[in-house]
Design a protein around this ligand. Structure first.
Ligand code: ADP
Ligand code: MG
Length: 249
């Protein structure tokens, strides 16, 4: 089935369409006059692993919200797999996000009373294409357990455990499995390692990267830890892609 939104191209899996293309993006939070994000151009290629760095409060999470379509730019355009997020209505944007993006939030945002397995399967309920790629109703639970296992959580022990009873490090792995299931085109991770010690952090990023590569996804991770740089194809300081507000007029 082909789905086209507005004037946008149909997303292709041929590797030619950039996963992310942002052009002329400007954004201000309401009643936050001091802060404006102004990004003339930014691109992520298929399978590319990008580390974004920058000081606290500089707009990294805001930029990720724009890429996810959770916030909408005041000007400019954001395309994910060739589809313009700015030209599709909110309800389609939600489904588009669920189909194409896997998101690891800073606080993980697991549903505390659901089990690990239920948390991992959660995004598939809103994402028909991704659900199909994960094996559909019959195959997805096995795929979820495979991912938990690969990320170091034995499904025999953890699958039925409520998320609220997991340690921070374990919750992070569940959040990673939830982002990876159904091979979305892009995994977005907002400082997912900030609450971990260094060894745990390196091990987590290593595992995440292996599974990102296996899924054929691209990865955009935000971190303040530049020592992670060698594990990525490209390091992007946010200030290098933004134009200061003063110059922007
Ligand atoms: P970073 O992730 O780099 O620490 P943020 O994107 O969180 O930076 O914040 C950039 C600016 O936007 C800050 O001034 C912050 O206060 C503001 N901001 C972030 N989120 C919101 C929001 N939901 N509503 C209003 N202002 C926000
Ligand atoms: Mg942030």
């Amino acid at each position: 089935m082909k789905v086209a939104f507005g004037d946008s191209k149909v997303a292709t899996a041929d590797g030619a369409t950039p996963v992310v293309e942002a052009a002329g993006v400007r954004f201000k939070w309401r009643r936050q006059d001091a802060f404006e994000l102004n990004i003339p151009a930014f691109k992520i290629d298929p399978r590319e692993r990008v580390l974004m760095i920058g000081p606290s409060g500089s707009g990294k999470s805001t930029f990720l919200s724009l890429l996810c379509g959770i916030a909408v730019p005041d000007a400019g355009e954001i395309r994910i797999m060739g589809t313009s997020l700015t030209s599709i209505p909110g309800s389609q944007r939600d489904r588009f996000r669920a189909d194409h993006l896997g998101i690891i939030f800073q606080m993980f945002n697991l549903v505390p009373y659901l089990s690990c397995l239920e948390n991992v399967l959660l995004p598939l309920g809103f994402a028909p294409k991704r659900n199909e790629r994960a094996g559909g109703k019959a195959g997805a639970p096995a795929e979820a357990k495979r991912l938990l296992d690969r990320l170091g959580l034995d499904p025999a022990v953890f699958a039925d455990k409520p998320a609220s009873r997991m340690s921070v490090g374990q919750q992070q792995r569940v959040a990673a499995a939830r982002a990876l299931i159904g091979r979305p085109d892009l995994i977005i991770a907002d400082e997912p390692t900030s609450s971990l010690d260094r060894d745990t952090q390196l091990a987590f990023v290593g595992l995440l990267q292996e599974e990102v590569a296996a899924a054929g996804s691209a990865l955009l991770m935000v971190s303040h830890d530049v020592s992670l740089s060698p594990m990525f194809d490209r390091v992007v300081p946010l200030k290098d892609i933004t134009r200061p507000v003063a110059e922007a007029a």
